[in-house]
Design a protein around this ligand. Structure first.
Ligand SMILES: Nc1nc2c(c(=O)[nH]1)N[C@H]1C(S)=C(S)[C@@H](COP(=O)(O)OP(=O)(O)OC[C@H]3O[C@@H](n4cnc5c(N)ncnc54)[C@H](O)[C@@H]3O)O[C@H]1N2
Ligand code: MOO
Length: 414
């Protein structure tokens, strides 16, 4: 049965699989990917497979934090704005100079940010507090020992684990790996996903729509969601609604695919090509106690790649991806943070939920007030509300009404 909001009410489905059981089933189907070496530049978003241990300290040497003058703090102890101390400038030390002579007492080296501190100097006076002289310099400020000096090893010590195995490689972590001199990283190979869309009603964005047709959107949405989760995705967008054509489309990709992700063609009607093609080929179909996202299927296609069939309604497809596929995909590719962060939030308006199903509603979480506002109704065709959302509210199976002001769990999305 479907109510007037376009939501299946679930009364027709007594035997439902628990969300946790279907999650576990999909996680078990995806095996951990092998470890490989990759250039650091190609590791964004991947999971590190082995700890990165720094072979050097960071900074590698004591260096100046400012453009100015390296000197001995005792030599400028009496310096003040109206009482400059004049010192001869004996050397110029730009960043990258490797032969920096020691500093003699009573002298200064002109020094640039990042340049090696000369031995004998214990402080830097910024150029703004001097007359900027190159032969002699008038210093108008005293300096504490250590002022504007960045000490070797104060960021990273030699032998320290700077990135732990399991960490997701962010730009800052890739920068850190480069900063300690590493060119290749040991990472888990991303899960290779083939995203496949079927449906005679689907046409390519950019071409005109005829009556009864819609633009294909799930394929692109799922393929990009896979990439955002650290997977590799190929997209086959318009597989004909024909069982033989479905097998033929799949065949060339079997050896190079870990996971086939379909959307649509799995509910109860006629013309359910995904179901017709996959049943009897290792895929089991079930109804999960969840809304949206009830019709689900999973298995191994003819003993080969894992297949997960997601429902065709766009919101159902994305919510199912978040709940079932993303955690399994991240787990299989070695990420420590498999699940989205969950926060508690105060609901700004009441909602109702179907008995016996876990409901995922789209919401806008405001971290400043720790509150959440619903985005759109529960209908699984309401894609624009999903696009406006930054979280999913997770309403437990046994809850049918949530009054305004109640606290609910929200799963934060990107
Ligand atoms: N008699 C029943 N009917 C339905 C049931 C049921 O249990 N009994 N379940 C409903 C629920 S819940 C869902 S969810 C959908 C799932 O249907 P399918 O997975 O078979 O998906 P389709 O029928 O192929 O499509 C559903 C909907 O989504 C649109 N769609 C499909 N693929 C795409 C795509 N690649 N891009 C954009 N939009 C897509 C399609 O046009 C349909 O509007 O079934 C209910 N029915
Ligand atoms: O409600 Mo379906 O379960 O739209 O995904």
């Amino acid at each position: 049965m479907t109510d007037d909001r376009g939501v299946s009410n679930g009364t027709e489905t007594p035997d439902l699989t628990a969300v946790a059981d279907h999650q576990a089933r999909i996680a078990a189907l995806l095996t951990t990917t092998p470890v490989e070496s990759r250039p650091v530049a190609e590791c964004l978003g991947l999971a590190l497979a082995e700890d990165v241990v720094s072979p050097i300290p960071l900074p590698p040497f004591d260096n100046s934090a400012m453009d100015g003058y390296a000197l001995r703090s005792v030599d400028v102890a009496e310096a003040a704005e109206d009482q400059p101390v004049e010192l001869p400038v004996s050397e110029d030390v730009p960043a990258g100079r490797i032969d920096v002579p020691p500093l003699q007492p009573g002298t200064a080296h002109r020094i640039m940010t990042g340049a090696q501190m000369p031995s004998g100097a214990d402080a830097v006076v910024p150029v703004e507090r001097t007359d900027g002289g190159t032969e002699r310099v008038r210093v108008r400020a005293s300096a504490q020992p250590g002022a504007h000096v960045r000490r070797a090893g104060e960021d990273v010590t030699t032998g320290a684990t700077v990135i732990p195995a399991g960490a997701t490689l962010t730009p800052a972590r890739l920068g850190l790996a480069s900063a300690v001199g590493i060119e290749t990283l040991r990472v888990r190979r991303p899960v290779r996903v083939l995203v496949l869309s079927t449906g005679s009603e689907l046409v390519a964005p950019g071409s005109p729509l005829r009556p009864g047709q819609i633009y294909e959107s799930n394929g692109l949405m799922l393929a990009t969601a896979v990439r955002a989760a650290g997977g590799e995705a190929r997209l086959l967008r318009f597989v004909p609604d024909d069982v033989q054509a479905f097998h033929t489309a799949l065949a060339p990709h079997l050896d190079s695919t870990d996971l086939v992700l379909t959307s649509g063609g799995v509910s109860a009607g006629a013309y359910e090509v995904v179901k017709d093609a996959l049943r009897g080929n290792g895929i089991e179909f079930t109804k999960v106690a969840m809304q949206p996202g009830m019709p689900q299927g999973a298995g191994r296609y003819r003993g080969g790649p894992t297949v997960v069939t997601l429902p065709g309604n766009p919101v159902s497809a994305m919510v199912s991806f978040e709940v079932f596929v993303r955690p399994a995909l991240r787990g299989a590719s070695g990420h420590d943070d498999v699940r989205r962060p969950v926060r508690r939030a105060v609901l700004t308006e009441p909602l109702t939920a179907p008995r016996g199903k876990r409901q995922y509603r789209r919401g806008l979480f405001d971290p400043s007030t720790e509150s959440v506002t619903l985005q759109g109704g529960p209908g699984s065709h309401l894609l624009s509300a999903l696009a406006d959302a930054n979280c999913l509210l997770e309403i437990p199976e046994d809850t049918t009404e949530v009054p305004a002001g109640s606290t609910v769990d929200v799963m934060l999305l990107d």
